[in-house]
Design a protein around this ligand. Structure first.
Ligand SMILES: Cc1cc2nc3c(=O)[nH]c(=O)nc-3n(C[C@H](O)[C@H](O)[C@H](O)COP(=O)(O)OP(=O)(O)OC[C@H]3O[C@@H](n4cnc5c(N)ncnc54)[C@H](O)[C@@H]3O)c2cc1C
Length: 422
C-alpha cells in the first residue's frame, strides 16, 4: 500500500511527487514513455514561480538555461516592452527547458525513494472506504491511501468516473525548434512575446518563448482542428509580416509540432474522499495568460503542505479534511490573481473588433506609461500571490478605458464596467 499515488508526471505531478516523497511512500505513474524521451519544450517562468521551486533547482543551468530579461506584449501597432532594468536588478524570471526541469524533479523524487512507472496508462479507479485501487491498461493494480490526479487535460474520463467536474477545454499548438544561439540573439530583444491577433486566435495569444539554442512558438485558445492549426502556424511563420524580422534565418522543425488540449476555468471542487485533483486537470491555468506551469507548481505545493500533517496524524483523508486544499487554492490563486485573468479574458477575448482596439490601446499605454509597466513588472515579481493587489488592475483598467477612441468608448463601456467588478 502506498501513502500516495500520483497519476501524471507533467510539471505538476513531478513537482508534487518530489515534495511529497520527502515525507511519504509515493508512486508516480506516467502514460508516456519517459525512459525514451520527455517531450521537449521551452517555457517561461516569471519570478512569481520561484517560491514553488527549490533554490538548487532554480539555479540549475540545464533546467533554467536563460534569464528572463525582457517581455514583449506586442500588438499589430506596438511593442509593449518591459525590461527588468527599468525597475530593479533582479531579472523577471527564468526560461526553462521543461523536459530537463521535469527530468530533474523526477530524479530528485527517486533519490528520496519515490517509485516511478512510465509507459503505463491508468484506465480504471475503484474507491474503497480505506483505500483507492488504481488499475492500468494491462490489468495490474496498485493501492493507495490517497490518490493524486495530475493528469492535465488527458484524464477527463477518469475524473468524471470519480464524480469530479472537468474544466473547459481549448486547443493549443506549439513548435519547438533548435536554432543557432547567435541567430536568436540577433533576432530577439526579448525572451517572451505575447501577441494578440484575432485572426490567429480570438481566445488566446500567439507566442515566442526564446530558450538557449532553441525556441518555441505557437498559439493557444483556438478551437480549430489539428490540421487547421498546423496549416495556420506554418502560414504565420512564413508570411505574417509582423513577425518576419524575428524568424529571419530560422528553419523550423515541423516534426516537432505538438497539438493538444489546454484547459482553463477551474472546477468548483478539487477534492473529495481520498482523492485530490491538481494542476491543469482542475482547470488551474490562468484564464488570460494560460499560465499552466505556475498553477501546476502552486497546486502541487499547496497539496503537499495540506497532506503532510494529515498523513502523520493517520487520518482517513476524508473530503472534510482535504477541503483545506480547495481553500488554499482559493486564497492563493483564485480570490486574487485569477480575478485579473478573468477580467482580462472577458475584456480582450471573444470579440474580434474589440480585441484589436483594446489590445492596441493597452500596448500603447505600456509604451507611454511607466506606472503601468511597473505594475506588470510587479505582477511578474510578486512572491506571495495571496497578497495580489487587484486595485492596481482597476487603476490600469480605468486608464485603458480613457485611452480608447471615442467610438470604442461608446460601445465598450458596459464591458469595462463589468470587468472592473471582477
Ligand atoms: C500548446 C500549449 C502551449 C502551452 N504553453 C504554455 C506556456 O508557455 N506557459 C505555461 O505556463 N503553460 C503553457 N501551457 C499549459 C501548460 O503546458 C500546462 O497547463 C501544464 O503543463 C499542465 O501541467 P500538468 O502537470 O497539470 O499537466 P500535463 O503536463 O498535461 O501532465 C499530465 C500528465 O498526465 C499523464 N496522464 C494523463 N492521463 C493519464 C493516465 N490515465 N495514466 C497515466 N498518465 C496519464 C499525461 O501523459 C501527462 O504527461 C501550454 C499548453 C499547450 C497545450
Amino acid at each position: 500500500m502506498y501513502d500516495l499515488i500520483v497519476i501524471g508526471a507533467g510539471v505538476c505531478g513531478a513537482s508534487f511527487a518530489y515534495k511529497a516523497s520527502k515525507y511519504a511512500k509515493v508512486l508516480l505513474i506516467e502514460e508516456q514513455d519517459y525512459n525514451k524521451k520527455i517531450p521537449e519544450r521551452v517555457n517561461i517562468f516569471a519570478e512569481h514561480n520561484k517560491p514553488y521551486i527549490d533554490d538548487l533547482l532554480w539555479k540549475d543551468e540545464e533546467a533554467f538555461p536563460r534569464p528572463f530579461l525582457q517581455l514583449n506584449y506586442k500588438s499589430e501597432n506596438n511593442d509593449g516592452l518591459i525590461d527588468y532594468k527599468e525597475f530593479g536588478s533582479v531579472p523577471i524570471g527564468k526560461i526553462t527547458h521543461t523536459e530537463k526541469f521535469i527530468e530533474k524533479l523526477i530524479q530528485n523524487a527517486e533519490d528520496q525513494g519515490c517509485e516511478t512507472r512510465f509507459n503505463e496508462k491508468i484506465s480504471k479507479i475503484n474507491k474503497h472506504d480505506d483505500h483507492v485501487e488504481i488499475i492500468n491498461s494491462k490489468g495490474e493494480s496498485y493501492s493507495t491511501k490517497l490518490l493524486v490526479l495530475a493528469t492535465g487535460s488527458k484524464g477527463f474520463d477518469l475524473q468524471r468516473s470519480l464524480g469530479f467536474e472537468v474544466p473547459d477545454s481549448y486547443m493549443g499548438i506549439y513548435l519547438n525548434s533548435d536554432v543557432d544561439e547567435n541567430i536568436l540573439d540577433e533576432n530577439f530583444n526579448f525572451q517572451y512575446m505575447f501577441h494578440l491577433n484575432p485572426n490567429i486566435s480570438s481566445d488566446g495569444p500567439f507566442f515566442f518563448n526564446v530558450g538557449k539554442g532553441r525556441i518555441s512558438t505557437g498559439y493557444l485558445g483556438n478551437k480549430e482542428t489539428p490540421a487547421q492549426l498546423k496549416d495556420k502556424l506554418e502560414r504565420i511563420l512564413r508570411n505574417y509580416e509582423k513577425i518576419q524580422k524575428y524568424v529571419k534565418g530560422i528553419s523550423w522543425d515541423l516534426n516537432n509540432i505538438v497539438i493538444g488540449d489546454i484547459s482553463k476555468h477551474p472546477i468548483r471542487k478539487m477534492s473529495n474522499d481520498r482523492i485530490i485533483v491538481l494542476g491543469e486537470a482542475a482547470g488551474l491555468v490562468t484564464p488570460f495568460f494560460y499560465e499552466g506551469m505556475l498553477c501546476g507548481l502552486a497546486s502541487a505545493d499547496i497539496a503537499s503542505r495540506v497532506i503532510e500533517p494529515l498523513l502523520s496524524n493517520s487520518t482517513d483523508f476524508s473530503g472534510v479534511e482535504l477541503v483545506k486544499y480547495d481553500q488554499e487554492i482559493n486564497r492563493l490563486l483564485l480570490d486574487g490573481y485569477f480575478r485579473n485573468g478573468n477580467a482580462c479574458e472577458y475584456l480582450f477575448y471573444g470579440n474580434k473588433n474589440s480585441m484589436k482596439s483594446i489590445w492596441n490601446a493597452y500596448t500603447e499605454m505600456l509604451l507611454k506609461n511607466k506606472t503601468v509597466r511597473n505594475f506588470v513588472y510587479d505582477v511578474l515579481m510578486i512572491q506571495d500571490l495571496g497578497k495580489y493587489n487587484t486595485d492596481n488592475d482597476r487603476w490600469v483598467g480605468e486608464r485603458l478605458f480613457a485611452q480608447l477612441p471615442l467610438v470604442s468608448k461608446a460601445t465598450l463601456w458596459p464591458k469595462f464596467l463589468k470587468a472592473m467588478s471582477f
